[in-house]
Design a protein around this ligand. Structure first.
Ligand SMILES: Nc1ncnc2c1ncn2[C@@H]1O[C@H](COP(=O)(O)OP(=O)(O)O)[C@@H](O)[C@H]1O
Ligand SMILES: [Mg+2]
Length: 245
């Protein structure tokens, strides 16, 4: 059974559970965050992910994208506003070397898995997670022998092995060569579009060409999150500069 997680600032009234709230994959309402030095990094942000899919965010350095992810993942508590989702989330960062801890693909995946599962169930889940990310048969492959793209896909497999169904990908292709970049993007896109149990992924990118693969894209700027639009439309607007926005 999926759990409803709702986090809200202590002083904020709980938002009512409307039919829309109940079905959204993620709902962020009136979220603000100010650092101890007084810098307001998020200012009354609202965001609804209406259905599973690949949703992308773009924004300048320092526009609060990673802070937003840390709030969604529960690493920081909201100061005001609320975040609700019935998914378990997992973060995937730019550099997979910061996420992969054990020497082989299977040992790394086993680390994040429910330790209460039996051995054969755990092995089967490792096999499935590797297969889903285009890494079939690499159980015993040492991590140092993987390409950058394979490592990033293994980091994503690790997130899924921990039963996460909301992936928060913070510039996951920033350090990858073009082939590896495409392999990671295609793998996540496929997981988000599979007919059975499609994933919900929120993907931060600086690479505007990736926007064409999004089911919806939004821009973060001046502490706010803009409306969803098609990835192609946001790409067009960004390429034409702020005068067109
Ligand atoms: N723990 C922190 N304490 C104070 N300021 C922080 C902290 N973490 C990040 N910041 C500030 O927040 C801003 C960047 O936020 P971030 O969410 O990383 O932006 P982005 O991911 O869009 O580049 C920067 O100005 C940074 O200095
Ligand atoms: Mg960042």
């Amino acid at each position: 059974m999926r759990r409803l997680r709702r986090r809200a600032a202590a002083s904020a009234p709980a938002s009512p559970l409307t039919p829309e709230t109940a079905t959204a994959e993620l709902r962020i309402t009136g979220l603000s965050h100010r650092w101890a030095n007084g810098q307001t990094i998020l200012d009354d942000c609202n965001l609804v992910i209406p259905k599973p899919g690949l949703w992308m965010l773009v924004g300048c350095n320092g526009s609060g994208k990673s802070t937003l992810f840390r709030l969604i993942a529960g690493l920081i508590e909201p100061q005001s506003g609320s975040i609700s989702t019935d998914h378990q989330s997992a973060l995937v960062f730019q550099n997979p070397d910061h996420q992969l801890l054990l020497p082989s693909c299977s040992s790394d995946l086993l680390l994040g898995m429910d330790q209460g599962l039996g051995n054969s169930e755990r092995r089967e889940r490792v096999r499935l997670r590797l297969e889903e990310l285009g890494l079939a048969g690499l159980e015993r492959r040492p991590i140092h022998a993987l390409s950058g793209g394979q490592k990033q896909r293994l980091a994503i497999a690790g997130a899924l092995a921990s039963e996460a169904s909301l992936l928060l990908l913070d510039e996951p292709t920033a350090l990858l060569d073009p082939d590896s970049q495409s392999s990671v993007l295609a793998a996540v896109q496929e997981l988000c579009r599979r007919p059975e149990a499609p994933l919900t992924a929120l993907w931060i990118t600086h690479r505007l060409e990736e926007l064409t693969c999004a089911d919806g894209a939004a821009e973060m700027s001046a502490g706010r999150i803009g409306p969803w639009m098609s990835g192609t439309e946001l790409q067009r607007r960004l390429q034409h500069g702020s005068s067109d926005r």
